[in-house]
Design a protein around this ligand. Structure first.
Ligand SMILES: [Zn+2]
Ligand SMILES: [Zn+2]
Length: 389
């Protein structure tokens, strides 16, 4: 029998759109997604899947046989804490919460792929593991999934992820080899000085002025510690200190972010930051401590897997425009999987209308639902074909 996931997927258009709009209207945040998880679990069980729920991480299920290779398809399900202004008739019904990153579409795509794969389960040459992950935006879900051993028992051989890109046209699919998304680290700096009267600065140690010197020292690292061919973002974005114009405060606190495209360079910069913070404070008679609070590694597309998927796509039924040199200085906690198992993240264009594209995380962002059928078929086709290779 000719396997044509794309043709079959077109027949599921209505149900895909219904799933997407249902999920879109009830966005949830972080690692607790009770309504979303219940909905996804229900649909999967309707299809004949048995679903495992991992607290704080999401849902896991699988199709296929226990012999042969194993590929994992991972999507995320969580939304963002912001108002939606898309004007869509199916916009968020939850105040202060919206699916502006498109994870409702990701969830729908994998539900569609789950149906397509289930219908051809006897033909699968190996196992497809399906992960519907919570807590992507908070960078917690992937780590929780890995701690739960989802890459093991048995070990998966490849991981495929997908992200919708509303700024790229429909028909564009990018999965360049190498690092595609940056690492992200959040940091916090506590500067301890000595409070006093504003009229007697010589008797105090000013943490605000120390913090200012620290900010400048960090900025100069961005120029002097980064090789010229590398892009690094190092930004202090928040600062807190003081309570009145006539008091020198005791302490100051700074928060910021570090983003790189190279995990080794990331570690090097982190070391240099610690030195810059410690010694700058010391030179001014204060003390300061730098703490990295959250970490997400770079998302790395395995070149061999990317090539194999490109070959799988030659029989997909439609061609995509691709771009071999594309990367974004944003992070996805898909990076955690990609550091452990050969992985590829697909970036799928879904601009709703030329000239009317807003980026992910924008309150006005809209997504083109045309990609629901293509995207579902894409995931199913790639898993099916890759297992046969
Ligand atoms: Zn996002
Ligand atoms: Zn996202």
């Amino acid at each position: 029998m000719k396997h044509d996931f794309l043709t079959r997927s077109l027949e599921l258009k209505e149900s895909l759109s219904k799933n997407r709009r249902t999920l879109h209207q009830c966005p949830e945040l972080g690692t607790q997604l009770p309504k979303t998880s219940a909905y996804v679990k229900g649909r999967l069980e309707d299809l004949g899947y048995s679903v495992q729920e991992i607290p704080g991480a999401g849902l896991v299920t699988q199709a296929g046989t226990d012999t042969g290779k194993r590929i994992l398809l991972r999507v995320d399900m969580d939304a963002l804490p912001m108002e939606e202004k898309s004007g869509e008739p199916f916009a968020s019904q939850v105040p202060g919460c919206a699916h502006t990153c498109g994870h409702d579409l990701h969830t729908t795509l994998l539900l569609g792929a789950a149906q397509l794969l289930k219908e051809r389960e006897p033909e699968l040459a190996g196992q497809v593991k399906l992960i519907f992950q919570a807590g992507e935006e908070t960078l917690e879900g992937a780590a929780a999934m890995l701690r739960a051993g989802t890459l093991e028992h048995p070990r998966v051989d490849a991981v495929l992820g997908i992200h919708v890109m509303p700024t790229l046209p429909v028909g564009h699919l990018y999965y360049p080899k190498g690092t595609i998304l940056s690492s992200t680290d959040m940091f916090e700096i506590e500067v301890a000085g000595k409070g006093g009267h504003a009229a007697s600065p010589h008797l105090a140690i000013d943490p605000i002025s120390t913090a200012a010197h620290i900010i400048l020292a960090l900025q100069s690292l961005q120029v002097k510690a980064v090789p010229p061919d590398q892009n690094v973002v190092l930004n202090v974005c928040q600062m807190e200190s003081g309570s009145a114009t006539n008091i020198i405060p005791d302490q100051a606190r700074l928060w910021g972010t570090l983003r790189t495209f190279d995990n080794q360079l990331c570690r090097t910069i982190q070391e240099r930051m610690k030195q810059a913070v410690t010694y700058t404070a010391q030179a001014l008679g204060a003390s300061a401590q730098l703490r990295f609070t959250e970490h997400c590694p770079c998302t790395y597309n395995d070149p061999g897997l990317a090539e194999a998927l490109a070959e799988c796509l030659t029989s997909f039924g439609t061609e995509f425009v691709t771009q071999p040199n594309y990367r974004l200085q944003v992070s996805d906690d898909f990076g955690f999987y990609s550091q452990q198992v050969p992985s590829v993240m697909f970036l799928l264009g879904c601009c709703p209308e030329e000239g009317k594209c807003y980026p992910n995380h924008n309150p006005y962002v809209r997504y083109n639902e045309k990609i629901l059928t293509t995207g579902a078929a894409l995931l199913a086709h790639c898993a099916y074909e890759w297992l046969r290779r």
